[in-house]
Design a protein around this ligand. Structure first.
Ligand SMILES: Nc1ncnc2c1ncn2[C@@H]1O[C@H](COP(=O)(O)OP(=O)(O)O)[C@@H](O)[C@H]1O
Ligand SMILES: [Mg+2]
Length: 252
């Protein structure tokens, strides 16, 4: 056990999301082979792994956006193994998909307000100020069409539209893909602030070192299996991380 891990607290005992023995296939091709992971109450969890490892597939199956072959999903203490994606949303799981998906023909603020429809807070404008405080670049452009934002700003808008629903668990699939390191850190700082306020976070991220700086706990995935898990320091020092990224410049 590393020095850092002996100094840190135990993982919280209660899980907000518990995925067990998840198996997912596209047609006949099984790509997730019995994967188990948890996000505990108030945790910032990161999922690492190279392209094609099965991270997005696992997240989509956990939020019921795609169907699974087998496995169980528990959310906030309830068995949600057979639940629909809208039931997951209603229960408090918001999944911001890979690739910044915003409505180009709507304004920044209209995009954010659409995010409130994904929750019990439909049309509630009271959280706009919180989003604008977290992401001042959105406040400045609130009345502009999303189409006029830069790629990075659209990604921030997609995260904002997820956050505005005030989820119990916010799932972020590579929100920083293609962004400059400074913008990535800005997004993750904002997400970490939400986590400190009690929102659990499950983040997929390619920038390993950056992600581990923010994480309470990390999972390492390779070809549809968990090949390592632990505290950031344990993962950083692990043979599994070296073997997954051997010869690949995915760390930053
Ligand atoms: N819609 C799809 N149809 C068929 N195969 C897919 C589909 N989406 C992903 N895959 C395959 O599933 C595997 C896992 O992909 P994915 O979950 O997107 O990985 P990651 O998010 O870790 O990059 C890859 O081999 C990928 O090619
Ligand atoms: Mg992916």
């Amino acid at each position: 056990m590393s020095a850092e891990s002996t100094q840190t607290h135990e993982r919280p005992s209660e899980a907000i999301l518990r995925v067990r023995d998840l198996v997912v296939a596209y047609g006949k091709a099984e790509v997730v082979h019995g994967l188990s992971f948890e996000v505990r109450t108030g945790e910032f969890v990161v999922m690492l792994g190279r392209n094609g490892a099965g991270k997005s597939t696992s997240l989509c199956a956990a939020s019921a956006l795609i169907s699974k072959r087998s496995g169980s999903i528990e959310f906030a203490g309830s068995d949600m193994s057979g639940a629909s994606s809208s039931a997951m949303v209603q229960a408090g799981l918001i999944h911001v998909l890979e690739g910044h998906r915003v409505f180009h023909a709507l304004s920044v603020e209209e995009n954010l307000m659409l995010g409130t429809w994904a929750s019990g807070r439909r049309g509630d404008r009271s959280r706009l100020d919180r989003i604008y405080a977290l992401f001042p670049e959105l406040a400045e452009k609130r009345h502009q069409l999303a189409a006029r934002l830069s790629g990075g700003q659209q990604q921030i808008l997609a995260v904002g539209a997820g956050v505005i629903a005030d989820p119990r668990l916010l799932v972020l699939d590579e929100p920083s893909a293609g962004l400059a390191p400074m913008v990535i850190t800005r997004i993750l700082d904002a997400v970490a602030a939400l986590c400190r306020e009690g929102m659990a976070i499950l983040l997929v991220e390619q920038m390993v070192e950056t992600a581990l700086r923010f994480a309470d706990y990390a999972y390492l995935i390779e070809t549809g299996r968990i090949v390592g898990e632990g505290r950031p320091q344990e993962i950083r020092d692990s043979e599994a991380l070296r073997s997954v990224y051997l010869g690949h410049h995915a760390t930053a």
